[in-house]
Write a protein that binds this ligand. Structure first.
Ligand code: SF4
Ligand code: SF4
Ligand code: FES
Length: 243
C-alpha cells in the first residue's frame, strides 16, 4: 500500500520481504517497522517508542538461503532483500515481586529471589540475540558470583526486549534478574553525590519555592528568553553553537 510520501521510490527499487510468511515489495530504505506499515499492517502491539528504547518491537528474522537466525529491533533494523520476518510477542518470563526498600544488596538476596541465576550454562545464546550488543552471558556470570555491581554495570543498556530469554536453554529471565541487580545497586551501592544531597536538602527546606513559583507564572516566550540569557560556565575548548 503506497503512500504519497514514499512515491519517490520507484517500482524497480522495491525489494521482497516476507512478513508472517507473506511476500511484500517494500522500499529498501525502510526499517522493519516501517516496512510492515508500508505493507498495510497496523501495529497496535509490538510497537512503542520507535526509537530503540522501549524494547517492544523484538523481531526474529532469517534471510533466504542463510540458515542463521537473526534478531533485531523492528524500529531500528533496515530491511534486506528476502528477509523472513516474525514479530516476537511479549515473551512470558519469570518475574519476582519484591520490595526493594526491604532488601539487602547481597548475593543471598539475588539467589533467594532468582535462584535460577545459578542454572546459567554459559552458552552465550543470549549474547548473540541481544539487539543492544550487551554481553548477557557476562552479566549472568557476574550474577552467578553474586557480583551485583558488575551485573548492574554490564546490563545498563538493557531495554527489556526479552530476546535473550527467548533463546535461553536454561529458561532464565536474564533482564528481570539484571534489573533487580540495577535496583539494588542504585539504591544501596552506588556512590552518593554530596552535592546532590545538599541540593535536595535545600529544596526540601523551601529555598527555591519563591523562584519556582515565579518561573511557573512565566509564559513560554519569557521562559525561552530566560533560558537564552542564563549564565553559562565558560568551557576551555571551542564550543559548538547551540540550536
Ligand atoms: S539483555 Fe536481553 S532484554 Fe536486555 S536488551 Fe539485551 S536481549 Fe533485550
Ligand atoms: S542463554 Fe541462558 S544459559 Fe546461555 S549464557 Fe545466556 S543466560 Fe546462560
Ligand atoms: S518501538 Fe521501542 S524499541 Fe522499537
Amino acid at each position: 500500500m503506497e503512500t504519497e510520501k514514499q512515491s519517490e521510490v520507484t517500482e524497480a527499487d522495491l525489494i521482497p520481504v516476507y512478513i508472517m510468511g507473506k511476500r511484500y515489495m517494500v522500499p529498501p530504505t525502510l526499517t522493519i517497522m516501517k516496512a510492515m506499515e508500508y505493507a498495510g499492517y497496523k501495529l497496535v502491539r509490538g510497537c512503542g517508542c520507535r526509537g530503540g528504547f522501549c524494547g517492544a518491537c523484538a523481531t526474529a528474522y532469517r534471510i533466504l538461503g542463510d540458515p542463521k537466525l537473526y534478531f533485531g529491533l523492528a524500529c531500528q533494523t533496515v530491511v534486506q532483500p528476502n528477509m523472513y520476518l516474525a514479530q516476537i510477542p511479549f515473551f512470558p518470563a519469570q518475574r519476582a515481586t519484591y520490595d526493594i526498600t526491604k532488601l539487602e544488596p547481597t548475593a543471598t538476596t539475588l539467589f533467594s529471589i532468582y535462584p535460577e541465576v545459578l542454572r546459567c550454562l554459559g552458552c552465550g545464546a543470549c549474547t548473540k540475540a541481544c539487539p543492544q550488543e550487551i554481553d548477557v552471558r557476562a552479566y549472568m556470570a557476574a550474577g552467578m558470583k553474586g557480583d551485583i555491581a558488575t551485573m548492574a554495570d554490564l546490563s545498563f543498556d538493557c531495554i527489556m526486549c526479552g530476546l535473550c530469554a527467548v533463546r535461553c536453554p536454561a529458561e532464565e529471565a536474564q533482564y528481570n534478574i539484571a534489573i533487580l541487580a540495577r535496583r539494588l545497586y542504585g539504591r544501596y551501592l552506588a556512590p552518593r553525590s554530596k552535592h546532590l544531597e545538599e541540593r535536595l536538602e535545600e529544596i526540601e527546606a523551601g529555598e527555591f519555592d519563591v523562584a519556582l513559583a515565579e518561573l511557573k507564572r512565566l509564559s513560554r516566550e519569557e521562559l525561552v528568553a530566560r533560558y537564552r540569557a542564563r549564565d553559562i560556565e565558560p568551557t576551555e575548548g571551542p564550543r559548538e553553537e547551540e540550536d
